[in-house]
Design a protein around this ligand. Structure first.
Ligand SMILES: *[C@@H]1O[C@H](CO)[C@@H](O)[C@H](O)[C@H]1NC(C)=O
Ligand SMILES: *[C@@H]1O[C@H](CO)[C@@H](O)[C@H](O)[C@H]1NC(C)=O
Ligand SMILES: *[C@@H]1O[C@H](CO)[C@@H](O)[C@H](O)[C@H]1NC(C)=O
Ligand SMILES: *[C@@H]1O[C@H](CO)[C@@H](O)[C@H](O)[C@H]1NC(C)=O
Ligand SMILES: *[C@@H]1O[C@H](CO)[C@@H](O)[C@H](O)[C@H]1NC(C)=O
Ligand SMILES: *[C@@H]1O[C@H](CO)[C@@H](O)[C@H](O)[C@H]1NC(C)=O
Ligand SMILES: *[C@@H]1O[C@H](CO)[C@@H](O)[C@H](O)[C@H]1NC(C)=O
Length: 679
């Protein structure tokens, strides 16, 4: 995307003003290579590829500048870490060890004010670390061959632990009992078969990941505020009310990839807050009509890859199902019934089933926008859906399409009928498809296309004609000339996917019009594009240029774009002329530079202020009794919902794949926990 490129460029420019110092010029530990990085705020020092083992003590680090906030060790062999090793690093915030050996560690080695995070990834320890660090908030130990959870009793500030990809088999009930501030725990991919019921009674964690553990069952204590629970690929056969009873605050539950065959009727009843459930890749054969009847907030249901054969007739005790997204791909479904009570659905995916008849189906969902029905046994379309914009019917044995049936789909913009064995597109021309902008006709048996076929789609902007046995007739030539004239794009230009269509638009600016592109799509036809036709597109563009301002400010064109996946194509295609698009994108790019610059300046200003306050120790959130500003952890993926609400994602976190340190929680940790505000 052009805009992305622009943002990236801006970022790159910003970063490159603080270049990486070449390895050779940086002094460091004997036998190691070193390099420095100075992104906007955090100065990083990396020590890597050490040829000889060394003791990490004060003198070993004597050549490393003492104002570094982040020290990273990679491919090193550290025999021992002494308690004074980082003594002089007054601004140290994070220490990482990647792909290294770490012998023994003095327990106080990381007990430094401001040192908030340590991370070991793919590290072999001679001895499981037993650390004491009063300020440490994040402790990561992934791929560390751990057979048990390290002693965490002396790490009272921990909010996040990640011990994924180890060999932990069991956890003692009191292992986490001293961690009053713990919020998130990742124990994925271990060998845990049982989790003690009271493991988390002393904490108020909101996120627990236990994927890839051979769990026999799952239970949780009451009085918790757990919001997100992931039990994917845990070999669970049983999941019932005993598992969910105490999870009244849970909003997100992932049970994908287990061995669940039956879910008792009342399984999810206690989960009044549940919003997202993933039950994909299980062995469910049946679901009760009332399985979600008490989950009035349920927004997203994923049942993919379960051999259900038939959907239950979902019922709710609430006034209305809130569910907006429902998916049951590859469920062996013979019919599309069962969703009649889910009137708020906007997206339904029933691909890869055995549905034959959709006559009158989905009419109960007045705001349905996207419907995916590819790979079924559907022959005709009798749908009625006033808001439907995207309809995927690819890989169905469709009969020639009747435009009249599409009058019941007045908002339809994208229609995919690829691989439908169509020999003819339309059965008649008795109606128009007024909003259709994208039509996918690839891999059919089409040999003829006429102007009549395309003229019933007056707003068509993208058409896919690939892999059809086209005959090089005058009709086809006429259609292609019409496409060139009306700026209808092929969905694929050689190997360039249509996603990069904006490149084409910009190319068009420099006179590369559609004219040479279309014949490449239909290489067997030797069409004659005379000079007269050749000038047509540019005339067309010039015409458009005159009323371009009107087009650019056309509200309609800009309002409709709440699409997610299709944005690039869609947005582009909304615009009547690609030339306008180019200009619009250009203006957007320029605007984005200003906005981004402003954002950057603000962030820098805020951070510097906080930094100064922090260093002067004149800043106390606690006495001010302000609500705690919960900053997401550096490792959390963007978009992940945290319950605190006040989520500020530092810019640099996305830019450098690492967390912005200074506005971290170190300063705010004395303030009340957000959890406490919950009942
Ligand atoms: C640091 O370790 C090196 C190598 O083991 C040793 O020679 C040196 O005396 C140590 N320095 C201090 C200050 O302990
Ligand atoms: C938990 O760890 C696994 C394995 O490294 C990783 O894939 C997953 O993203 C982690 N989850 C979180 C929330 O950190
Ligand atoms: C689990 O961890 C092991 C290393 O301990 C790794 O090789 C494997 O790929 C991980 N599996 C998953 C599913 O992450
Ligand atoms: C999963 O559970 C089944 C029976 O419950 C057991 O036979 C199998 O060994 C388990 N698989 C793993 C990987 O633990
Ligand atoms: C709910 O929590 C309480 C207290 O921790 C516990 O005794 C009870 O067994 C839990 N219920 C279930 C069904 O797990
Ligand atoms: C829940 O646990 C209790 C006590 O272990 C047991 O008696 C009951 O049958 C369990 N309920 C279900 C639905 O398995
Ligand atoms: C249309 O359907 C085909 C076949 O299922 C698929 O490969 C293609 O990605 C779809 N195109 C769009 C734009 O959704």
């Amino acid at each position: 995307m052009r805009l992305h490129q622009f943002c990236l460029l801006l970022v790159v420019t910003t970063v490159s003003t603080s270049p990486t110092t070449p390895a050779s010029s940086v002094k460091c530990i004997d036998g190691c290579e070193c390099r420095e990085q100075k992104p906007i705020l955090r100065t990083t020092f990396e020590i890597f590829n050490c040829k000889t083992p060394f003791v990490l003590n004060k003198s070993a680090l004597s050549n490393v500048p003492k104002d570094r906030a982040f020290i990273k060790f990679k491919s090193t062999d550290v025999q021992h870490i002494t308690s004074d090793a980082f003594e002089d690093f007054t601004q140290l915030e994070e220490v990482d060890f990647d792909n290294s050996r770490v012998g023994t560690i003095d327990s106080e080695a990381f007990n430094r004010k401001f040192l908030g995070a340590i991370s070991f990834k793919n590290v072999h320890f001679a001895e499981i670390p037993n650390l004491k660090a009063d300020f440490l908030e994040e402790f990561i130990c992934e791929d560390c061959h751990l057979s048990k959870v390290p002693n965490l009793d002396n790490l009272p500030s921990l909010t996040f632990i990640n011990f994924a990809n180890n060999r932990i088999t069991s956890i003692h009930e009191s292992a986490l009992s001293k961690l009053k501030k713990l919020e998130e725990v990742n124990l994925s991919n271990n060998s845990i078969s049982e989790l003690p019921m009271n493991l988390f009674v002393q904490n108020e964690i909101d996120t627990l990941k236990l994927d890839y553990n051979p769990l026999k069952s799952f239970t949780f204590h009451d009085d918790n505020v757990l919001e997100s629970l992931s039990l994917a690929h845990c070999n669970l056969t049983v999941f019932d009310e005993n598992s969910t009873k105490n999870l009244t605050f849970l909003t997100s539950l992932d049970l994908s990839g287990n061995n669940i065959v039956v879910l008792p009727l009342d399984t999810f009843n206690p989960m009044k807050s549940l919003e997202t459930i993933d039950l994909s890749d299980n062995h469910l054969v049946e679901l009760d009509d009332n399985i979600f009847s008490e989950n009035s907030r349920l927004d997203t249901i994923n049942l993919n890859n379960n051999n259900l054969k038939k959907l239950p007739n979902f019922q709710t005790k609430a006034k209305l199902f809130q569910t907006s997204t429902f998916s049951c791909k590859n469920c062996g479904l013979k019919s599309a019934t069962g969703l009649a009570n889910m009137a708020r659905l906007t997206k339904i995916d029933l691909s890869n089933n055995e549905i034959t008849d959709i006559e009158g189906a989905f009419s109960e969902m007045p705001i349905l926008k996207k419907l995916f029905l590819s790979n079924n046994h559907i022959a005709s379309i009798g749908l009625k859906s006033p808001e439907l914009e995207t309809l995927d019917l690819s890989n169905n044995p469709l009969l020639p399409l009747d435009p009249v049936t599409f009058t019941a789909l007045p908002s339809l913009k994208i229609l995919n009928v690829s691989s439908c064995a169509l020999e003819k597109i339309w059965s008649n021309y008795n109606a128009e498809l007024p909003k259709l902008t994208q039509l996918y006709l690839g891999q059919n048996q089409l040999s003829v296309i006429t102007l009549d076929d395309v003229k019933i789609m007056p707003r068509l902007k993208v058409i896919d004609l690939r892999e059809n046995p086209w005959k090089c007739t005058d009709d086809l030539e006429e259609v292609v000339k019409y496409f060139v004239k009306e700026s209808v794009y092929p969905a694929d230009i050689g190997t360039i996917q249509f996603k990069t269509h904006e490149e084409l638009t910009f190319a068009e600016n420099t006179k590369l019009v559609l004219q040479p592109v279309w014949p490449k799509i239909l290489p067997n036809c030797d069409f004659d594009f005379g000079e007269e036709e050749g000038t047509e597109p540019s005339v067309h563009i010039v015409e458009n240029e005159q009323d371009e301002d009107d087009d650019f400010y056309d509200e309609d064109e800009y309002e409709e774009n709440d699409e997610d996946e299709e944005i690039p194509v869609e947005k582009a295609m909304e615009d009547p002329s690609p030339f306008n698009l180019a200009r619009a994108t250009y203006i957007l790019s320029i605007t984005s530079v200003f906005i981004l610059t402003a954002v950057l300046v603000s962030v820098v200003a805020i951070v510097l202020t906080l930094l100064i306050l922090k260093r002067n120790k004149s800043f106390n959130m606690h006495t001010g009794n302000l609500p705690r500003l919960k900053i997401p952890l550096w490792h959390t993926t963007p978009g992940q919902k945290k319950h605190s609400g006040s989520v500020y994602r530092p810019l640099s976190e996305d830019l450098y794949g690492s967390r912005t340190p200074i506005i971290n929680r170190y300063e705010f940790k004395q303030t009340p926990q957000v959890h406490n505000s919950l009942p």
